[in-house]
Design a protein around this ligand. Structure first.
Ligand SMILES: NC(=O)c1ccc[n+]([C@@H]2O[C@H](COP(=O)([O-])OP(=O)(O)OC[C@H]3O[C@@H](n4cnc5c(N)ncnc54)[C@H](O)[C@@H]3O)[C@@H](O)[C@H]2O)c1
Length: 284
């Protein structure tokens, strides 16, 4: 039986304000790469908000800005919203500074930005133009490097940066072409950034997601077919959902992953571990 006096302690406990709830309570971060409700970054943002995060968003196109203006009232607080083209150093510096001015610091960044010209993807890698290559690398890789540099003066101790990649970084995925090359560079950039920013306490990780139907995938050939084939051939035998990705993003952005940096974590129902399948008898 517990005979310790409790009356005084209970009174003190009652007088204290309730601790903020959620794994991201008190954390403030920027989400770059929401265009609509299908965006992977939107699923991540909603999960972070559920866990108490205060969020800021950027948009590139006018239509994305309008969509965010309508959607943000659904989130708690008064989220920051600023225009940002990742091809502009000035834009990235401005949104980081404005967000930090409002919140004092940046605790986390979600980088969900990639782009390649549809015609460049359709033509195959050997036909990639110099301009198309430069655009894909600048949009999909330098956008992370530049954002990390712009945010660096404002990053909180123990900040966490997360970017999004795809299997095409390390395997040949039909039709992914120059974006696969860019994703390989993105994963490498994340490792270099993790090493460079690590001594200040900043972690940098990449989440490699299985295929999900979003605006960015409309330019990819045979995407729907390959998505359902992959779902069937994954160990979990199902497609990836926004919740799957958001849960792992929460892990990588919160203190749950405090000792993890420079990693590429797959959220693809296990597809990337497979080499051959039961129907491929000759390989078994
Ligand atoms: N959908 C998938 O199957 C899948 C799988 C793995 C990884 N990813 C990655 O997830 C990330 C988000 O893509 P998504 O599928 O949610 O599509 P999406 O179209 O919703 O998001 C892509 C975002 O990139 C932004 N963007 C492109 N160029 C930009 C620029 N110059 N400046 C600022 N923003 C720019 C777009 O505005 C958009 O918000 C991308 O990095 C993508 O490669 C997607």
């Amino acid at each position: 039986m517990n005979t310790a006096p409790t009356a005084g302690r209970s009174a003190t406990a009652l007088a204290e304000p309730p601790a903020p709830a959620g794994l991201m309570a008190g954390r403030k971060g920027l989400v770059v790469g929401v265009v609509n409700q299908r965006s992977i970054a939107w699923g991540i943002a909603r999960r972070l908000a559920d866990e108490g995060a205060e969020l800021g968003f950027t948009y590139r196109s006018v239509s994305a800005g309008k969509w965010l203006e309508r959607a943000l009232p659904r989130l708690p607080g008064d989220p920051y919203l600023g225009a940002c083209d990742a091809l502009s150093d000035g834009d990235m510096e401005r949104v980081c500074a404005e967000f930090a001015e409002r919140h004092g610091q940046i605790d986390f960044i979600v980088h969900a930005v990639a782009h390649a010209d549809k015609d460049e993807l359709a033509g195959g890698l050997a036909a990639t133009s110099r301009a198309g290559f430069t655009h894909a690398m600048e949009s999909s890789v330098y956008s992370l490097i530049g954002l990390a540099g712009a945010a660096r003066p404002h990053l909180a101790p123990h900040a966490s940066v997360l970017s999004l990649s795809y299997l095409g970084a390390e395997r040949v995925c039909h039709g992914y072409n120059v974006l696969g090359v860019a994703k390989a560079a993105l994963e490498s950039a994340a490792r270099y950034l993790a090493a460079e920013l690590g001594p200040a306490g900043t972690r940098v990780n990449v989440l490699s997601a299985g295929p999900m139907r979003t605006l960015a995938t409309f330019g990819l050939p045979n995407f729907t077919t390959s998505m359902s084939q992959r779902a069937q051939r994954s160990p979990l035998a199902r497609p990836i959902t926004a919740d799957d990705v958001a849960g792992t993003a929460l892990y990588l952005l919160s203190d749950l992953s405090s000792g993890v940096t420079g990693e590429t974590v797959y959220v693809d129902a296990g597809y990337h571990i497979m080499g051959t399948w039961p129907s491929e008898d000759s390989h078994e």
